[in-house]
Design a protein around this ligand. Structure first.
Ligand code: ACO
Length: 334
């Protein structure tokens, strides 16, 4: 796919160190081998080195010896990382003994490596639930300055080129924040607009989705989306945003014209912002499976360092693709 090949090319011009905490997981190891063979990022695997080597040999992977392997039970920075954890979380009651125990968990070790400058980004989640990947990141790496909420966007590559930007669309939040307030939803819309420009590479036309178009239904859930639309416009006057819109009014020109005449987004949307995580997560998975779309992501937006989470149903190429995105984020290309 041309889009991913471009990302890999850009990443290889300024190679970054991406830590994969699930270093014994088969798809992760296979992806690491592909990344090291193609050479677009340096890979740090967390796992017992002997077990990593045995697993790699068992899967017939020939380039895993190019990875740096860190044993979570035994490495020379355990104490330093534990000290940092206490420093960051002492107001929450973190003790040194607790930190020394937590740092053996690969998901905490990975974020502390990033915090200490020993890795540039992380991809995890082939084997761990989203919450378990995100919690250490929220607690130790935290959000970027000025951002209060992290969310997850998917680049959707549709077979049907009539939608979005020649078949490419961006959906959010599909991965992180279950029930955003109007203010948080506005922040998610703005972040998604920025992600679209940086990663998907086209000018966003953002539809704030609901079950109502421009007041056709009355409900507090509709009010939330209408308020979020106004707030997002104030936060980012440079972005084209409209709402509230139903999904058909957002993407089908004739319906957009009928239900929201005069809107520059209705019928033209290439970015869909969902009102809750429930709707976003259900929608992207249905489009991915039923329309045979490629779903690249989730790309986490708003974190202070690039940390991205996989779905546990991910394929090897999903991991390779997300590492390519993470490496570009780490290089400041997006
Ligand atoms: N952005 C930034 N920080 C956050 C966010 C957010 N969206 N959510 C929570 N935090 C912070 C909190 O402020 C808190 O910080 P503190 O400890 O310094 O005070 C810390 O993270 C932990 O917060 P909790 O509310 O205790 O965390 P909780 O575990 O309840 O919630 C989580 C966070 C895990 C992300 C939760 O919202 C969640 O499970 N979301 C759903 C994830 C998911 O299952 N997605 C679907 C699958 S993904 C897929 O299919 C691709």
């Amino acid at each position: 796919m041309e889009f991913i090949e471009q990302l890999k090319q850009r990443a290889s011009e300024n190679k970054k160190r991406i830590v994969l905490p699930e270093g014994l997981e088969e798809r992760t190891l296979r992806a690491a081998n592909t990344i090291l063979t193609e050479g677009f990022a340096d890979v740090i695997l967390i796992g017992n080195p002997q077990k990593v080597n045995e697993a790699a040999a068992g899967f017939g992977l020939e380039n895993i010896d190019k990875a740096t392997v860190v044993d979570p039970e035994n490495h020379d920075k355990m104490d330093a990382y534990a000290e940092m954890m206490v420093e960051i979380r002492k107001s929450k009651g973190m003790t040194k003994d607790q930190a020394l125990e937590l740092i053996k968990n690969p998901l905490f070790l990975a974020v502390m490596m990033i915090k200490a400058g020993d890795a540039d980004g992380e991809v995890a989640g082939a084997d761990n639930a989203t919450g378990d990947v995100l919690r250490p990141a929220f607690q130790y790496v935290k959000t970027a300055p000025g951002i209060s909420v992290v969310s997850g966007a998917f680049i959707m590559i549709l077979k049907d080129k009539e939608f979005g930007e020649d078949g490419m669309m961006v959906f959010a939040d599909c991965a992180v924040h279950p029930n955003p307030t109007a203010e948080e939803l506005a922040e998610i819309a703005v972040a998604t607009g920025r992600t679209t420009r940086a990663i998907a590479g086209f000018e966003p036309k953002i539809a704030m989705l609901s079950f109502s178009t421009k007041g056709s239904a009355k409900h507090e859930m509709v009010d939330k989306v209408a308020t979020a639309t106004e707030l997002a416009k104030q936060m980012a006057p440079d972005l084209k945003i409209d709402g509230e819109l139903q999904s058909d009014a957002a993407i089908i020109p004739a319906i957009g014209q009928k239900k929201a005449p005069g809107s520059e987004i209705a019928g033209q949307a290439n970015v869909l912002v969902f009102p809750t995580l429930e709707t976003g997560n259900i929608a992207y998975k249905l489009v991915q499976r039923m329309a045979h779309a490629e779903a690249i992501g989730p790309v986490l937006q708003g974190m202070a360092a690039p940390i991205n989470d996989l779905s546990r149903g991910c394929s090897v190429s999903d991991i390779v693709n997300l590492v390519a995105i993470t490496a570009n984020q780490a290089a400041g290309n997006m």
